[in-house]
Write a protein that binds this ligand. Structure first.
Ligand code: MLT
Ligand code: MN
Ligand code: ZN
Length: 289
């Protein structure tokens, strides 16, 4: 199993276009030890030929161009044989509408996530000919074949409906984590989680929600009014301890908000997670299991 981190930032990316926080100013000016990051997405393969893309970020075009394994091998072709969605948030789905150049797509999602997308008027751009999108259903706790030598199981993870559907009756299918692997190796990809309840089984590699470091990060910076858990993201400061007992050979935070001090290679917050055995995802990171 090979994994490529296509993007590792939370919604907005790093730096975020309208953000002048210390991290964003510093990374623009080159005065902090941090690298820019695009919005969260992974690519996974077992044969190097057929890739599953986990989430489809607004920056998908640049992410594909930056990774030759995802380039076409014929005049019209893509090695991306499956796209798997963890929720309906725009940082995870907006890229689908950028993949509208008449390429058939196979998208795996729960019914709730699919409905949120197909009800949008923009979805018609992916319905220009019969068979443009083949939907495959993610049923909670059921393993399905991704068609590229890998299997995926979605588990409900505490989350919320996407912001543009706020107010809708919440469903256990609004937000899932993905457990993906072959007979020998398994990764868990959980980029959004309000708690760690779904996490227990041992995995070779865990990618977990690293959005915020502390509960009141946005409030203290004067950039927001809501605590992290209110936005369905357990802060790193809490998940480090809560996940200490989950067996994983590698543990990696991803979906990192631009305000998070773990983005800085030399911050005390980064040192603390490193000594707890965690890593911080960056665009272009690759692992082989
Ligand atoms: C989140 O991770 O909470 C969402 O991406 C927020 C958003 O959609 O802006
Ligand atoms: Mn997000
Ligand atoms: Zn910022």
């Amino acid at each position: 199993v090979r994994v490529r981190v296509l993007g590792s930032a939370a919604g907005g990316g790093f730096p975020q276009w309208n953000c002048g926080c210390g991290n964003c100013l510093g990374v623009r000016a080159g005065t902090v030890r941090a690298v820019p990051r695009t919005q969260d997405s992974l690519a996974v393969t077992s044969d190097g030929e057929r890739w599953a893309m986990l989430n489809c970020s607004p920056e998908v075009r640049a992410q594909i161009e930056a990774f030759p394994s995802l380039h076409p091998r014929a005049p019209r072709h893509t090695p991306i044989t499956a796209i798997v969605l963890t929720n309906g948030d725009l940082d995870h789905c907006l890229g689908l509408f950028s993949l509208r150049e008449s390429q058939p797509l196979t998208i795996f999602a729960t019914d709730a996530v699919r409905a949120g997308l197909t009800e949008s008027i923009f979805y018609r751009t992916l319905e220009r000919f019969p068979g443009q999108v083949t939907w495959k259903r993610l049923v909670l706790d059921e393993e399905v074949d991704l068609g590229n030598g890998l299997r995926v199981r979605a588990r409900a993870v505490a989350g919320k409906p996407p912001l543009h559907l706020a107010g809708r009756a919440p469903s256990a299918e609004d937000n899932v984590g993905l457990w993906i692997g072959d007979q020998r190796h398994r990764i868990a990809y959980v980029p959004g989680a309000a708690d760690v309840a779904a996490l227990s089984e041992p995995v070779d590699c865990l990618f977990f929600d690293g959005t915020f470091h502390s509960e009141n990060e946005l409030i203290e910076l004067g950039l927001g009014t809501r605590p992290a858990r209110d936005m369905a993201h357990i802060p790193v400061g809490a998940s480090l301890a809560a996940l200490a007992g989950v067996a994983a050979r590698r543990r990696i935070f991803t979906h990192i908000n631009n305000t998070n001090p773990i983005l800085l290679d030399d911050s005390p917050e980064r040192a603390a997670l490193t000594s707890a055995g965690w890593e911080v995802a960056f665009d272009g990171m690759e692992l082989s299991l």
